[in-house]
Every structure is written in structure tokens, then in C-alpha cells.
Design a protein around this ligand. Structure first.
Ligand SMILES: Nc1ncnc2c1ncn2[C@@H]1O[C@H](COP(=O)(O)OP(=O)(O)O)[C@@H](O)[C@H]1O
Ligand SMILES: [Mg+2]
Length: 241
């Protein structure tokens, strides 16, 4: 299994956008699974009607037969060879259907590389199970003081999940933002990548504006492609290398 989960500590540093960029950038068959306990954004952004035919992670988690093939159940609305299982947009539905625990049990059955959008760290036992079931957890932080402080209070909990790496939003010249190196020193996790400020590509990946012809050459898609290489590579290379 080659799987990675991306999480945030607070705010909205761009987890969902980055996960979509990693899936969109490569031409490999990656499965994106959105499992944010606070509810998902992908279905709404891509106009997938969760009341009708669309399989969300919440709907699948409530299927008692337990035999679902996640790759076969997933959608491919925009991501080339990648497929996506969006979360339900509602936190209430996500919690009622216990998506994190269900997914922790199902992940070993998936044969494709998986990237999980695990949303914000909430410290729950269910989320601990999910993050422990993937090969690596990548924590995305915008290096402003509240996110770094929140992350440093959660390092002990996150370290229990296994291998942890850091994704740091670039500072864009803002002196109030710390460098990736200093965030790594504070938190004790290696930097997997820095994530560029790239509004046009982020808007396209959020379904807010049509993609430009050269979207694949944008800074955010290049970062996504490099990350996709990491989790589609051999298991031994997934960690931080
Ligand atoms: N790298 C980026 N550069 C510029 N804007 C971004 C970037 N990543 C995300 N955004 C924007 O920030 C907002 C939140 O992104 P989202 O991916 O939903 O965050 P999260 O999943 O962490 O809550 C969106 O409007 C998105 O377009
Ligand atoms: Mg999100």
C-alpha cells in the first residue's frame, strides 16, 4: 500500500487544494479520498450532487455489506486518471457515519496509491486510527503563529500515528510568517515540500474559475506533481526522503 494523509492544524491552509493538485498533476491512477471530519468541499466545488447518485465517503461508510471496492466506487470528474471519493459536506453526516474509522479498516484493501484529505486535526480516537493506517501523515501549515502553536501542541499526538512530515506554505515575503526551516526546527518534523502561493491555480482547483491552458505548468501543479511522485513511489521512499 502506498498512502499518505494530509492534515491541517487550523485555519484553511489549502489541504483540499493541494490534494487536488497532487491528483491532477500526475498521469498516474491516484485515489483521492476526502475524509475531513468537519465536512468536505470537493462535492460542492465540483457540483457533485450528494443526495443523488454520488458515492461520498459517508455513504460508503454506512454500507453494512462492507464489500465495496473504493476505486470502482470513486468518481473521475476532472483529474485525468485520478479518481475521487468526496466527503459529505456536512460535519454531522461525517461523524454519524464514522468515516475515519471505516476508512482506517478499508485502506488496506485499496491497491492504488491513495491520498487522503483528512482535514483538520481534531484529536479524536477515530482520526488517530485513520492517520495510523496510512504510510505517512503530512501536516500542512501556513507558518503564522497560531498554526505553528497549534501544531506544536499536537506533536505528541501526531507522532503516535507513525511517520510525520511537514508541508509549509511559502511566506510570500510576509515578515509575520516563519521560514519552513524554522517551523521544522520548532516541530521536529522534516520538510517534505514548500507550497507556493498560487491563487490562479488554486481557484481553478477549487472550481472557482476555468483552468488555463498552461495550468499544468503552474507552481502549485508542479508542487502537486512532485508530491504525487512521492506517494506513488515505492513504499520505502514514501516517508520523508
Ligand atoms: N497554494 C495556494 N495559493 C493560493 N491560494 C490557495 C492555495 N491553496 C488554497 N488556496 C485557497 O485557499 C482557500 C482554502 O483552500 P482549501 O484547500 O479549501 O483549504 P483547507 O482544505 O485547508 O481548508 C481556497 O479559496 C483556495 O483557493
Ligand atoms: Mg479542506
Amino acid at each position: 500500500m502506498r498512502s499518505v494523509a494530509v492534515v491541517s492544524m487550523g485555519g484553511s491552509p489549502g489541504v483540499t487544494t493541494l490534494v487536488c493538485s497532487a491528483a491532477s498533476a500526475g498521469d498516474r491512477p491516484v485515489l483521492v479520498i476526502e475524509a475531513a471530519p468537519s465536512g468536505g468541499a470537493i462535492a460542492a466545488r465540483w457540483r457533485l450532487d450528494v443526495r443523488a447518485v454520488v458515492n461520498t465517503t459517508a455513504r460508503l461508510a454506512m454500507d453494512v455489506s462492507g464489500t465495496v471496492d473504493l476505486w470502482a466506487a470513486a468518481h473521475h470528474p476532472w483529474l485525468g486518471q485520478a479518481r475521487v471519493l468526496p466527503a459529505h459536506p456536512s460535519a454531522v453526516v461525517m461523524r454519524q457515519s464514522q468515516v475515519c474509522r471505516w476508512l482506517a479498516d478499508r485502506l488496506p484493501t485499496v491497491t492504488h496509491p491513495v491520498v487522503v484529505d483528512a482535514g483538520r486535526v481534531d484529536g479524536s480516537a477515530d482520526q488517530l486510527d485513520l492517520l495510523s493506517a496510512v504510510d505517512a501523515v503530512w501536516v500542512l501549515v501556513d507558518p503564522i503563529v497560531e498554526q505553528v502553536t497549534a501544531a506544536s501542541a499536537a506533536t505528541g499526538w501526531l507522532n503516535k500515528t507513525g511517520t510525520v512530515g511537514l508541508l509549509v506554505r511559502e511566506t510570500a515575503g510576509d515578515p509575520a510568517r516563519a521560514s519552513a526551516a524554522s517551523v521544522a526546527t520548532t516541530l521536529g518534523w522534516p520538510v517534505v515540500a514548500t507550497v507556493p502561493e498560487d491563487r490562479p491555480a488554486a481557484r481553478a482547483l477549487c472550481g472557482l474559475s476555468p483552468p488555463r491552458r498552461n495550468l499544468h505548468r503552474s507552481p502549485l501543479l508542479r508542487t502537486g506533481g512532485a508530491l504525487a511522485e512521492r506517494f506513488t513511489a515505492a513504499e520505502s521512499e514514501v516517508a520523508t526522503g
